[in-house]
Design a binder for this molecule. Structure first.
Ligand SMILES: Cc1cc2nc3c(=O)[nH]c(=O)nc-3n(C[C@H](O)[C@H](O)[C@H](O)COP(=O)(O)OP(=O)(O)OC[C@H]3O[C@@H](n4cnc5c(N)ncnc54)[C@H](O)[C@@H]3O)c2cc1C
Length: 206
């Protein structure tokens, strides 16, 4: 249901509440929008046909072709970097940030936000001839909207370690909360436009 166990109980409550049917390991192979029909292939290669009212499709994640085709990528096509320093494993003057890397964090803007200051610091250190390296811990955040007004704010680092920004008395991240909704709906747009995009990052040292 979700890669980090701590968040599964809250999500399963909503699966039951909405009486949703979970179908894992099914690959969407074809869609006919006019007849609202989708075809799925299971692990054994069997194809099934399903009618839909609303289809929300998330394509498989992949790096851009120019990275995949380059010497910078690993066998799977992702930018091959050290998971902590985010320095290319092949070229000392190349660094990575964001979804393109082969790091095992959740590919989120929240992760890129933590990665950018690490890379900036490491480039400054490299230019100064220092071998000291700041380290990225794998932080990523998935605001899981479970109902209008409530979000499960999943925050975790490498190894699925739960790493909440707020203390649990303020926001219990493994549960659906109104505060997480408020954060996502009312605070994050300003943080994104006026903070992140303008290079203001007060969490850089945390
Ligand atoms: C539906 C959805 C919801 C999400 N919700 C959240 C959320 O709530 N919180 C969160 O933290 N994250 C969320 N994310 C994830 C977040 O959007 C990504 O992690 C983030 O955008 C990654 O940033 P990036 O700069 O690494 O990559 P991108 O944003 O993908 O930027 C890469 C850019 O490179 C450009 N590009 C590609 N090839 C070339 C080329 N050859 N030449 C020039 N330019 C090129 C692309 O056009 C693109 O603009 C969500 C993602 C999706 C799809």
């Amino acid at each position: 249901m979700f890669g980090v166990e701590a968040y599964v109980p809250a999500l399963m409550e909503y699966i039951e509440k909405y009486q949703a049917e979970l179908c894992f390991m099914q690959t969407l192979t074809k869609v006919d929008g006019a007849s609202q029909t989708a075809w799925f292939k299971d692990g054994e290669g069997n194809i099934s046909e399903t009618q839909f009212d609303f289809l929300h499709v998330c394509p498989p994640q992949t790096a851009p072709d120019f990275i995949k085709a380059s010497d910078l990528s690993d066998d799977a096509g992702w930018l091959d970097v050290d998971p902590e320093s985010l320095q290319s494993k092949k070229y000392g003057n190349v660094w990575g940030v964001g979804d393109v890397m082969n790091t095992t964090n959740a590919k989120t803007m929240a992760a890129a936000r933590k990665q950018a200051p690490v890379v900036a610091q490491n480039i400054v250190n490299a230019i100064a001839g220092s071998n000291e390296r700041a380290a990225y811990g794998g932080y990523g955040s998935c605001p899981l909207t479970v109902e209008r007004g409530k979000i499960v704010l999943a925050e975790f680092s490498y190894g699925g370690k739960v790493t909440p920004t707020f203390p649990s008395w303020l926001n219990e991240g493994t549960k659906p909360t109104s505060l997480a909704w408020f954060l996502k709906a009312s605070m994050l747009p300003s943080i994104y436009w006026h903070g992140m995009l303008k290079g203001r990052e007060w969490l850089a040292n945390s």
